[in-house]
Design a protein around this ligand. Sequence first.
Ligand code: PEP
Ligand code: MN
Length: 263
Amino acid sequence: MKTLEMTDKEKTKQVWAKRPIIISGPCSAETEEQVVATAQRLAATGKVDALRAGIWKPRTKPGMFEGIGAKGLPWLQAAKKATGLPTAVEVATAKQVEDALTFDVDILWVGARTTVNPFSVQEIADALRGVDVPVLVKNPINPDLELWSGGVERISRAGIKDIGLIHRGFSSYGNTQYRNAPMWHLAIEMKLRFPELLIINDPSHICGNRDGLFDVAQKAIDLDYDGVMIESHIDPDNAWSDAKQQVTPERLKEMLEAIVWRK
Ligand code: PEP
Ligand code: MN
């Protein structure tokens, strides 16, 4: 007898097609309690479609928290079981792709520090051959549309059908208003190059702090983006990475309610 419960794949396809698509969760998975509690509080907002959590963290300097690693993947399974939210994880190597898929991660993303490296993107693409999983490609840290396009093409040539773009801004030298300048025109040109791909904005990594999140998210929606990915944490000030930019699930809800949506 056909069960009425949707499979993970069906649920993920539904989320992928939804507008706006809202992805949220901690910069890093820290403990099982933190991941599950964040997911539950996000689900309780009724406004979040998928749970993100960094398992492997590409930190700029050595000696910092570099992610909990594969042992955090069952925590994401537990969070999904508790809430029904599909999960999303950054992958940077073939082994990470393999581990994420083994533990039923629903959406993968290529991080900004990986999109800059064609060898790494190709390794990920090769590991994805024959797999049906949606992949989001973040812009490279430097404002190079060819690299971003090349990353998308590598994933696409591996046979991945559901590809999306994440615009997380571009790094520059010195103190600036943004942690990563949005350079909106570059994301818009990317969207013109790949009109069939969804484009999500990542205000968290653009702003680097909580203050600018709302304005950046609203601007993205005004520019017809398909959704946002915003980092959230049950105790933002004590987060193990990106503490300054994370918000509680309840603050996220307020922000999402204040945004004027177009889709
Ligand atoms: C992240 O999403 O936590 C992350 C590391 O982002 P980025 O690749 O945009 O720096
Ligand atoms: Mn982060």
